[in-house]
Design a protein around this ligand. Structure first.
Ligand code: SF4
Length: 357
């Protein structure tokens, strides 16, 4: 079933590099790769990201999204945060994403113009992980996840596969975890599909790749990402290369026709993964939600998007941080959850559902 599609890698219009980032070999390697692809490389004289963006907000958005910055992650950013329910800890290789999803959760988390920043001091980031071993709250409390060891999630603030052709950060992290002889797992989820550089890395099963998927009918909400069919082919190739794999079905959107749309998606996944030897498959189920802040940003980035954020069929949920988000109401949640659990149980009986939220 798996056939590798021809994929065009994302390329920024320009790469800007802070002075400190130029002092790291990883930063310089990214500069060299960009230069070899004829991408404009701007070496900043200091560490402030100065980018003169147009006044017009649409053009400013487009300029920012077309820019990749190479910066140094300061110690405050290298202090890991717990990130339940996905993983024990969040580890950031980059911040920001070049795609244009009209529900993007980064809109509520990252401030300022949406410039993607990749970290030049990758070695320092990875060297900071060992003290967190055995400290997690997810894998230590869950029998079904304990065998994975302490888990580190690399997709909280970025899509690391989107940036991989230019940065090589994800490959380096996978190799690093592969050499690390402890119970630990690197995790990433992606809406991109060019996994070719990852297939031959000696990963030793210590990285779980998940494909973030939605039905083709909802592709209009996911501008700039790889087609869902290509993401599933990528997942199959990773599984065949011996990686543990997973599905992040997210965000689950209860728009008209959601049942046949998600049913077809689950059937397509089952067909794509049929016959994988020793398949280790997890599923994460995340319903669509938004905050007043993320809605305001998304409305300005994607005016006219057909994604419903009107508040219909929603209730307000208070988070443990005291903020409020809009989630589907109880009846909608019940209908969605029972549908997904039943369909996944039927079509993918070997899959472990890690959580529903
Ligand atoms: Fe946001 Fe993920 Fe879409 Fe990137 S791929 S824009 S991180 S939702």
């Amino acid at each position: 079933m798996s056939t590798a599609p021809l994929l065009r890698a994302w390329q920024p219009r320009r790469l800007i590099v802070t002075r400190s980032a130029q002092g790291f070999a990883h930063g310089r390697a990214i500069m060299d790769r960009a230069a070899s692809l004829d991408i404009e490389v701007v070496e900043l004289p200091g560490d402030r990201l100065s980018l003169a963006l147009p006044e017009d907000s649409r053009r400013a958005y487009a300029e920012a999204k077309a820019t990749l910055a190479v910066v140094v992650a300061p110690p405050s950013k290298r202090r890991l945060q717990p990130i339940a329910p996905s993983a024990d800890w969040r580890v950031d290789l980059a911040e920001g994403c070049p795609a244009h999803c009209s529900y993007c959760y980064l809109a509520g988390s990252l401030k300022g113009p949406p410039i993607t920043r990749v970290y030049a001091n990758l070695d320092e980031i990875l060297a900071g992980l060992p003290p967190y071993l055995g400290q997690g709250t997810i894998t230590s409390r869950r029998d079904d996840r304990a065998h994975e060891g302490t888990t580190f999630e690399a997709s909280c603030y970025t899509d690391p596969l989107a940036l991989e052709p230019l940065t090589g950060s994800l490959s380096a992290a996978i190799r690093w975890f592969g050499e690390w002889d402890v119970a630990a797992q690197l995790r990433f989820t992606t809406k991109f599909a060019d996994v070719a550089p990852l297939l031959d890395i000696p990963h030793h099963g210590r990285t779980r790749m998940r494909a973030s998927v939605n039905p083709r009918a909802f592709a209009r909400f996911e501008g700039g990402t790889a087609p869902v069919a290509a993401r599933l082919v990528a997942l199959r190739r990773m599984a065949d290369a011996g990686y543990p794999v997973g599905l992040t079905i997210a965000p689950i959107i209860a728009a008209e026709g959601w049942q046949p749309a998600y049913g077809d998606l689950i059937d397509a996944i089952a067909a794509q993964l049929a016959g994988v030897t020793g398949l280790d498959l997890t599923v994460e189920l995340i319903t669509h939600r938004f905050t007043a802040g993320s809605k305001a940003v998304l409305d300005s980035w994607y005016p006219g998007s057909a994604l419903d954020m009107s508040g219909q069929d929603r209730v307000t949920k208070r988070t443990k941080f005291g903020t409020e988000k809009q989630v589907y109401d109880a009846a909608t949640m019940r209908a969605l959850r029972s549908f997904f659990e039943a369909r996944i149980g039927d079509a993918l009986p070997m899959a472990r559902i890690l959580y529903w939220t």
